[in-house]
Design a protein around this ligand. Sequence first.
Ligand code: ARG
Length: 466
Amino acid sequence: MAQLWGGRFTKETDKLVYQFNASISFDKKMYRQDIKGSKAHVAMLGKQGILTKEEMEQITKELDAILADVESGKLSITDEYEDIHSFVEANLIDRLGAVGKKLHTGRSRNDQVALDMRLYTREEVKETDELLKKLLETILRLMKENTETIMPGFTHLQKAQPITLAHHMGAYFEMFKRDRQRLFDIYERMNYCPLGSGALAGTTYPLDREYTAELLEFYGPTLNSMDGVSDRDYLIEFLSASATIMMHLSRFCEEVILWNSNEYQFVEIDDAYSTGSSIMPQKKNPDIAELVRGKTGRVYGALLSLFTTMKGIPLAYNKDMQEDKELTFDAMDTVKGCLALFEGMLATMKFNEDVMRKSANHGFTNATDAADYLVNHGMPFRDAHGVIGQVVLFCIDKGIAIDDMKLEELKQFSDVFEEDIYEAISMETCVNKRLTIGAPGKAAMELVIQKEEAYLKANPGIGTNA
Ligand code: ARG
């Protein structure tokens, strides 16, 4: 047990207490951030004359060596240390002796861990954004390819009106676009540096917090040292944005599962993204989509967990906050994994255009347009709704679509019907007459596609946005 404290103690820590208290098994993930933060801290101590130039250089060089040794596997992060901060400092002291002991001058593990977690999360925000962008590119490709691919649109999971696959995909484009915007907002708010907050009340050393903030590419230092060490809002915001991403992925997965079912057959998931059954030879299951849908729960859980952890903590740092890591790391990995796998599944999925079109044809998805036809010929809408309702009943009885009825049959319900009814209720007409912005009509869709394309160009990634 290598501990950073001991002077005040006359007894060894109980072994179980030590294990219960330790965080190395999970915070070792932050070794890069911890070393990066220490290097910035030391550079600042040197600039301020708190360390000599020589001490600064020695420590910096050794921190780089520790990093290199960890990365090459020469030095492994073992649980004889309490946390990643102790690990780095103890190794530095082993290598440098007295000079190594100066690293922690003017710093507390409280501002250190606050910094490490922020640096770690900032990277995660960027990586998640990149994966979202990749997914948006695939969705946009499908939109471009399918402005004429007719399918039924649903409400209550009942066929409602015809739309196109481009339109359906476009709905998800909007959702994931908002998810990116949320990440961008979070980044803007969180990108301030807590280093220099000390344990809670800053320090008496003349630290230059602006300088460390700049070295670590933050917009500036945080403005209250108590908040600096105890703010975890950015994690809650990131988990909330992550939960929303998962909710969107889960809805999409639910549709893919339905569409891939024997009953729908709208799509076929690629073999590479499907699984078989150990007993039923005929099976090809959508396990990946189901897993993404299922994993949504873990991410929601992480959000609720941290909300609950934070709600009763008096200022400033309390050990409860160590609980901000395990579930958050799990959520971060889960979201990234799900985004990558979902994108791959979507990009390779086969759409059965004929089946989708037939389904639209045979679900009275043009009933609204048939009623509109009557309205356009002078009938009040409520009456038209009634007439078409009767027409639909007639068709259900015969097992046919409205389009299959002869003109004489239609005329029995209303003499307003003429030969042009067939054109008016064709799937193409139903879709392409819907031309308000946001509607599925081809011309409207093409305009939206242009806008989405421009959005992607203007937003290549967090930190690089035009
Ligand atoms: N492992 C701790 C955490 O994750 C580091 C900070 C410890 N600070 C302290 N005063 N005990 O929160």
